[in-house]
Write a protein that binds this ligand. Structure first.
Ligand code: SF4
Ligand code: SF4
Length: 193
């Protein structure tokens, strides 16, 4: 159990949406005060009380992963099945910098075998982070189902089927062939079914 504290970091009060206080994603909450934090701390809603970013919970992430330093917040979505990265809109590509990007790619590869995903959630869109490519797959509010299965052709690759279910789109499943150890050319690896 981590004993870390937020300290002067408040980035989750900017990047997340909190409907209970009418807070849109990507803007500082109207209750946030620079230097003193939340001005309704004792009365803050349940989502704020319960939120804990990955850096706060996980000691294996070094201090460079603290959101106020990295400029992105990491948390689990989909009951722990999707590692989600919320970049500060002022630094939208912060997760693509080192030392972060290579670690996120390693996590994306490792998660394939566990039917888990790594995803970046910007203010308006979602990107799927796969071992050899990053792909825009929908809007921030979209909900998804996915299935990752090892190919049975002995290639060591995984078949990733990613399906939006929130907006009534039909036939929108996207299929990716992914190898955790042998990156492919992006042009060869995406097909639409
Ligand atoms: S992003 Fe993490 S460390 Fe920063 S204030 Fe939120 S919970 Fe605390
Ligand atoms: S209510 Fe407080 S804790 Fe919640 S987002 Fe706003 S400033 Fe942050």
């Amino acid at each position: 159990m981590s004993t870390r504290e937020c300290g002067s970091c408040s980035l989750c009060c900017k990047v997340l949406d909190v409907p209970a206080v009418y807070k849109p994603a990507g803007q500082w909450c109207r209750h946030f005060r620079a230097g003193s934090g939340c001005d309704i701390h004792q009365l803050r809603p349940k989502p704020c009380r319960e939120f804990s970013c990955l850096w706060l919970a996980e000691d294996w992430l070094g201090d460079e992963w603290k959101p106020s330093t990295s400029k992105f917040v990491m948390a689990w979505e989909y009951d722990g099945e999707c590692l989600t990265i919320y970049p500060d809109p002022k630094a939208p590509n912060s997760w693509k910098l080192e030392p972060y990007y290579s670690v996120l790619k390693q996590l994306a590869a490792r998660h394939l075998a566990e039917n888990r995903l790594v995803m970046v959630v910007e203010t308006s869109r979602r990107l799927l982070v796969l071992p050899d490519q990053d792909v825009v797959v929908g809007t921030r509010g979209d909900i998804f189902e996915w299935q990752i299965t090892p190919k049975d052709d002995g290639s060591g690759q995984f078949d990733v089927v990613f399906d939006p279910v929130s907006d009534g789109r039909k036939g929108g499943a996207t299929r990716f062939d992914q190898s955790p150890s042998q990156p492919q050319a992006a042009s060869d690896s995406i097909s639409f079914s």
